[in-house]
Ligand binder design. Structure first.
Ligand SMILES: C[S@@+](CC[C@H](N)C(=O)[O-])C[C@H]1O[C@@H](n2cnc3c(N)ncnc32)[C@H](O)[C@@H]1O
Length: 248
């Protein structure tokens, strides 16, 4: 479990190259939410499950004071290297999002790219409690999560990416388990070297599925105001991704 964030951390940005291109638009949307929904000015942000820090660094570039936190040191090493290379000041710290112990320190907390689906309907309540404690009154929590309907496929999804002189071939199988609302995720990553040799990795993961209504009902137990948006706009039919917005 979590091979993607340990042995493959150096390849994470290559595997998700297409998503990386969308981050600027996502942060435009998130800034719009800060202005529209937050009940205080956003200056200081905690980016939970920050991974290799692409959204974290984009927020910092726009002038926010940002701390990135992730469970996996291997991901944080990539994030720190990127921040040094780009000359952007961000503090990256290792930790479990369920065990954060901040007391009313942040105007906003973010959790990007489905990271919230690592938490089931019990642990998500613990997560919401920690987030609420870390937010200042009127502060905003923003997290995106996928629509289950478009996540599961009964055939493999294959794509390839170039990384210097290496070629990556990625094959995903995503299986939905409806009774327990789990998405089982298997990913074969083949790294083809210029001499034709191949290194192979298998990723095995499990994510939780939430409908927009379930997410809203769970968040409403902890936050004063909750709204679910669609993908970079108001919620509408057939959205493939949702954004949870919660105000302390
Ligand atoms: C899909 S990646 C998203 C990374 C980043 N937010 C992005 O947008 O690229 C999920 C991240 O969640 C992190 N993660 C999983 N469980 C966590 C936990 N309990 N506490 C903190 N980070 C966690 C993983 O290490 C991984 O970096």
């Amino acid at each position: 479990m979590h091979e993607l964030y340990t042995v493959l951390a150096e390849y994470y940005d290559v595997i998700y190259r297409k998503r990386k291109e969308l981050v600027k638009k996502e942060i435009d949307f998130v800034e719009d939410l800060f202005r529209r929904e937050a009940e205080r000015e956003v200056k200081r942000i905690l980016d939970l499950a920050c991974g290799t820090g692409t959204p974290t660094l984009e927020l910092a570039k726009r002038g926010y004071e940002v701390i990135g936190l992730d469970l996996h040191e291997e991901m944080l090493q990539v994030a720190r290297r990127k921040s040094e290379k780009e000359g952007i000041k961000v503090e990256f710290i290792q930790g479990n999002a369920l065990e954060i112990d901040f007391e009313e320190e942040f105007d906003a907390i973010t959790m990007f790219f489905s990271s919230i689906t690592y938490f089931d309907d019990y642990s998500i309540q613990q997560l919401f409690n920690s987030i609420k404690q870390a937010l200042k009154p009127g502060g905003i929590f923003v997290a995106d999560f996928p629509c289950w309907f478009y996540s599961g496929k009964d055939y493999p999804i294959i794509w390839d990416e170039q990384n210097g002189d290496e070629r990556l071939v990625i094959t995903d199988w995503r299986e939905i388990e409806p009774a327990f609302q789990k998405m089982r995720f298997k990913r074969l990553v083949q790294i083809i070297k210029p001499d034709g040799s191949v290194k192979t990795f298998m990723v095995d993961d499990e994510l939780n599925i939430y409908t927009p209504r379930e997410m809203r009902l769970l968040a409403e137990k902890h936050f004063r105001k909750v709204k679910i948006y669609g993908n970079l706009h108001e919620l509408k039919p057939n959205d493939r991704r949702y954004w949870l917005v919660a105000i302390k």
